[in-house]
Ligand binder design. Structure first.
Ligand code: AMP
Length: 277
C-alpha cells in the first residue's frame, strides 16, 4: 500500500495504475462501515484508492472539527488490511492551496435536512469530493447510505458537472443493537453509546408503521419522535419522512419514504435513516 500526501504524488502514482480505479473517500477513524466500502471497491476495481482527510470546509463549528477523532497509524493499518492500494492523506493546504477560491454548491437537494441543520455543510462536501474526483479520475466512487442526502448531493453534482466517476451507494453497516457505525460514536461514553441505540429503534418503529399501511406522514414522524422522546439523553434535531428522490417532506405516504433523523447524545450529533418501500 502506498501513502501519498500531495496532489502531484497522487497523480504520479495513479498515472500507471491498473484500471478500473475505485475511490473510497473518508475522514478517517476507520470502522467496519468504511471497510465495507473498500470491500465493494475491491471486488469491482483493479486499484483501490482511499482518501483520508478531515475536511474543515464541511464543519460548521470549529469545535466539531477539532474534536473529530483522528488516528492515522491505526487508519493506515486498517486500510492496508482491507486491501487498499493507495491512501491519499493530504494536509489542508494541499487540498486547498493558497488562493483557493472555488465552491461547488448543489441546489435544492442539498437544502433540507442536513443542509438546513448545517449551513454550508454540503458546499464543503461537494467541493472536496469534486477535487477528489478530479485528482483520482476513478471509474467509480463508493459512499455509504448512512449519509443518504450526501449520496444524493454528490450524484446530482456528478451528473450536472459531467464528472466521469460513477457514484455507488453502499448499505449502512450497523452494530448488533442497530446503531449505525460512525466515527463519532467514539466520542460517546459507554452509557451514551448504549442509549444511542434509540436512533435505529425509532426508525424501525416508523418503518413498521408505514409497512403496516400508515399513510399519514405526520403520524409516522410523531411515532418516531415519541420513541426518541422516551430516551431522556437524546435531544432531537429533526425527524423527517420525506420523498426519497426530492427529500421534500411528505404529507401522505404512498408506500415509499425516506425516514431520517438527527439527534444529539452527550453533545455528539448522530444521524441515521431508513429507506422504506
Ligand atoms: P466519513 O469518514 O464519516 O466521512 O465516511 C466516509 C464514507 O463512509 C461515507 O461515504 C459514509 O457514508 C460511509 N460510512 C460511514 N458510516 C458508515 C456505515 N455505518 N456503513 C456504511 N458506510 C458508512
Amino acid at each position: 500500500m502506498q501513502v501519498v500526501r500531495t496532489r502531484a504524488d497522487l497523480r504520479a502514482v495513479l498515472a500507471g495504475a491498473r484500471r478500473p480505479v475505485g475511490l473510497v473517500p473518508t475522514m478517517g477513524w476507520l470502522h467496519a462501515g468504511h471497510v465495507s466500502l473498500v470491500e465493494r471497491a475491491r471486488a469491482e476495481s483493479a486499484t483501490v484508492v482511499m482518501s483520508i482527510f478531515v475536511n474543515p470546509r464541511q464543519f460548521g463549528e470549529a469545535r466539531d472539527f477539532e474534536q473529530y477523532p483522528r488516528n492515522e497509524a491505526r487508519d493506515l493499518a486498517m486500510a492496508e488490511a482491507a486491501g487498499v492500494d493507495v491512501v491519499f492523506a493530504p494536509g489542508v493546504e494541499e487540498v486547498y492551496p493558497p488562493g483557493f477560491d472555488t465552491v461547488v454548491s448543489v441546489g435544492a437537494i442539498a437544502r433540507p435536512l442536513e443542509g438546513a441543520a448545517r449551513p454550508g455543510h454540503f458546499d464543503g462536501v461537494a467541493t472536496v469530493v469534486a477535487i477528489l474526483f478530479a485528482l483520482v479520475g476513478a471509474e467509480r466512487a463508493y459512499f455509504g447510505a448512512k449519509d443518504y442526502q450526501q449520496v444524493a448531493v454528490i450524484r446530482r453534482m456528478a451528473l450536472d458537472l459531467a464528472l466521469p466517476t460513477e457514484v455507488v451507494p453502499c448499505p449502512t453497516v450497523r452494530e448488533p443493537d442497530g446503531l449505525a457505525l460512525s466515527s463519532r460514536n467514539a466520542r460517546l461514553s459507554a452509557d451514551g453509546r448504549a442509549r444511542a441505540a434509540v436512533l435505529h429503534r425509532a426508525l424501525t418503529v416508523g418503518g413498521d408503521r408505514i409497512r403496516a399501511g400508515e399513510r399519514s406522514a405526520d403520524a409516522v414522524r410523531e411515532a418516531v419522535a415519541r420513541v426518541l422522546g422516551e430516551e431522556a439523553a437524546a435531544s432531537v434535531d429533526y425527524v423527517s419522512a420525506a420523498d426519497p428522490d426530492t427529500l421534500a417532506e411528505l404529507h401522505e405516504i404512498d408506500g415509499r419514504a425516506l425516514l431520517s433523523l438527527a439527534v444529539r447524545i452527550e453533545g455528539v450529533r448522530l444521524i441515521d435513516n431508513e429507506l422504506v418501500g
